[in-house]
Design a protein around this ligand. Sequence first.
Ligand SMILES: [Zn+2]
Ligand SMILES: [Zn+2]
Length: 177
Amino acid sequence: MKYLYVGATPEVERQAYDAVRHRVESEFGVAVREMELRAVDFAYDRERGQYGSIAVLEMLTRVCPPDAVKLLAVTERDLYIPVLTFVFGQAQLSGRVAVMSLARLRQEFYGLASNREVFLERASKEALHETGHTFGLVHCADRHCAMSLSTNVRQIDSKRCEFCAPCEARLRRGARE
Ligand SMILES: [Zn+2]
Ligand SMILES: [Zn+2]
């Protein structure tokens, strides 16, 4: 039996974690196991005030359990890669590990009134997106597809919380291999 592990760093709120867990379990059809992860302080960049997602992915490959088909980590910490100001998440394409950040998904981050529904929806979409990469899905030109590239929350909001038909078919083909 192989499991899709969904890990959380200590500061992650339960409600968002549960939303992510449920969405990936229903989409990918693999039993989900919870996993407690340590804080990602080791990836902190003092100058940027952010956390390097490459270092986080390296850590995840080391802690990924042997019975894990994939490991998606959820963190509150704001992630970056060197060429970008931030990333919502990062994944190994067709690999085993991915990470997503909740830091920029709340309306409050943009000085707006809190909206839990919007926040949880964004988290679920980003979970599908990053986990989709680990199952070999690449960025999709359909802006309503969860695999379309989002560089801001407006783009996340215009996506649906599901894959388009071609991405879904690709996923099903891959999953049977
Ligand atoms: Zn992506
Ligand atoms: Zn698609």
